[in-house]
Design a protein around this ligand. Structure first.
Ligand code: GLN
Length: 495
């Protein structure tokens, strides 16, 4: 088995035992990127020289017996939305095409402190708005399982680089499903932590009350390892939870005897692809065989989740993105680089800078959000959405009195074709049916492979748990992976 086919946990062992060097490992991934990424398009930028230099430095420190961080020598790819002083942070937008952050995000700082090798920056939908990675201003990303299909989004590059064997671990962000949905469509593991579990400091904000940073990996164990590294309280993020981080990797092997799994009645309605339904139902049977009990539950307000999300997320986005005016931040229209404050040219400069800097989907969200927040409509849209959000959260509170985990599909269908939904925003938004509720309620959720369609596309299973129950979530996912082998099935082209 080649190095890039092994799990991050296995690779870390090889590194720690001195069987391989970080330079050798980093080079293997760079070779994979070189060979495959011109077709897949997962990465926006690679700095091979810097990655190899860092790997060499870690190897030297290891040889001299110096203490090393938790991920010492392991390559990690980062979605191009988290600030890192050593590279640009573009959010796949013309608006930030040349933005070089003056500080590291907490997640990037933690990865550096853990001695990870930051191997490259991954493609995404512009400002994380989208579900296919087609909204990137720079390139599209293709699904490694079928190059005609989308990898999902917005963390499409993060999922595709792991699925394509171009990084063992990657970091994504999830505001309405952007880690779990691409993980599901690309056949990898993706975890959205509890809101506040991972610091958002230095994450370019999309919708601040929903955004979370989380891991993507080949196995649940790897995802647990990465989550342990990036989670924790951060005084620089006022919404960060001041709760100790458990050692997730230490408890994931506990048997599932007595675990209560909820199956939501409303989740198995019309529109769900029969192959997806049967893969998810089979997964639930596996849980029963592992000693879990299964119970049908109801989330009566779940049918409002997509509508609620698409009021709240654009509202927050329209406010967060106001800072990109060519003066405070972002692309500035070149003809008017020195605004004349006595004329209208300042307003004109804002207008031109924003029209040129933002792509169509971002503009759509800004308009939707500004409308929902405007004086005459605030109560009817934004305030109403906040009330429904509360009802959705209460449904989950009631459900988690009866069950420990909720099992569901990640998406109603496997990966769609590139271009298939691009001109139809409503259909694209409906892809988020199963994922947005976790963000609205602040819950952790994980997506993991649970089968393949007859055309060979991966199918994802989603597990959700109550806030801060990542231990149970990871254990539930890991024990299923131990009992099945979907995650190890890779097409020859992926090797
Ligand atoms: N697809 C959703 C959207 O377009 C989710 C995006 C995300 O989680 N960043 O808003």
């Amino acid at each position: 088995m080649s190095l890039t086919e092994q799990s991050a946990t296995e690779l870390l062992q090889l590194l720690n035992q001195g069987e391989i060097s970080s330079v050798e490992l980093t080079q293997s991934y760079l070779d994979q990127i070189e060979a495959k990424d011109s077709q897949i398009g997962a990465f926006l930028r690679i700095d091979a020289k810097a990655a190899l230099a860092r790997a060499a430095d870690i190897d030297t420190r290891r040889q001299s017996g110096k203490p090393l961080g938790k991920l010492a020598g392991l390559p990690v790819a980062v979605k191009d939305v988290l600030c890192d002083t050593e590279t640009k942070t573009t959010c796949a937008s013309r608006m930030l095409e040349n933005f070089r952050p003056p500080y590291d995000s907490t997640v990037v700082a933690k990865l550096k402190a853990a001695d990870a090798v930051l191997i490259g920056r991954t493609n995404m939908d512009e400002f994380a708005m989208g579900g296919s990675t087609e909204n990137s201003a720079f390139q599209i990303t293709r699904n490694p399982w079928d190059l005609e299909r989308a990898p999902g989004g917005s963390s499409g590059g993060a999922a595709a680089c792991v699925a394509g064997g171009m990084a063992p671990l990657s970091i994504g962000t999830d505001t309405g499903g952007s880690i779990r949905q691409p993980a599901g469509l690309c056949g990898v593991v993706g975890l959205k932590p509890t809101y506040g579990r991972v610091s958002r400091y230095g994450l370019v904000a999309f919708a601040s009350s929903l955004d979370q940073v989380g891991p993507l990996a080949n196995t649940t164990e790897d995802a647990a390892l990465l989550l342990e590294t990036i989670a924790g309280h951060d005084p620089l993020d006022s919404t960060s939870l001041d709760v100790p981080v458990p050692e997730y990797t230490a408890t994931i092997n506990r048997p599932l005897e007595g675990l209560r799994i909820g199956v939501v009645r409303e989740h198995f309605a019309t529109g769900l692809d029969p192959e997806v339904e049967s893969a998810v139902r089979d997964a639930i049977k596996v849980y029963e065989s592992l000693g879990a009990t299964v119970k049908e539950i109801s989330l009566p307000h779940s049918k409002y989740a997509v509508a609620t999300y698409y009021v709240i997320a654009p509202s927050e986005a329209s406010s967060n993105l106001a800072r990109y005016d060519g003066v405070h931040f972002g692309h500035r229209h070149s003809q008017l680089s020195v605004p004349d404050p006595t004329s209208n040219s300042l307003v004109e400069m804002y207008r031109c800078s924003r029209s040129e800097g933002f792509g169509p989907e971002v503009k759509r969200r800004i308009m939707l959000g500004a409308y929902a927040l405007s004086a005459g409509y605030y109560d009817a849209y934004y305030l109403k959405a906040l009330k429904v959000r509360r009802l959705i959260r209460q449904d989950f509170d009631t459900a988690f009195e009866q069950v420990d985990l909720i099992a569901s599909p990640v998406t109603a269908e496997p990966a769609f074709k590139i271009g298939q939904l691009a001109d139809d925003p409503l259909s694209m938004y409906l892809v988020d049916l199963y994922t947005v509720s976790a963000n609205l309620a602040g819950l952790p959720g994980v997506s993991l492979p649970c089968g393949f369609s007859s055309s060979g596309l991966p199918i994802g299973l989603q597990l959700q748990a109550k806030p801060l129950a990542e231990e149970t979530l990871l254990r539930g996912a890991h024990m299923y992976q131990k009992a099945t082998d979907w995650q190890s099935r890779k097409l020859d082209q992926l090797k």
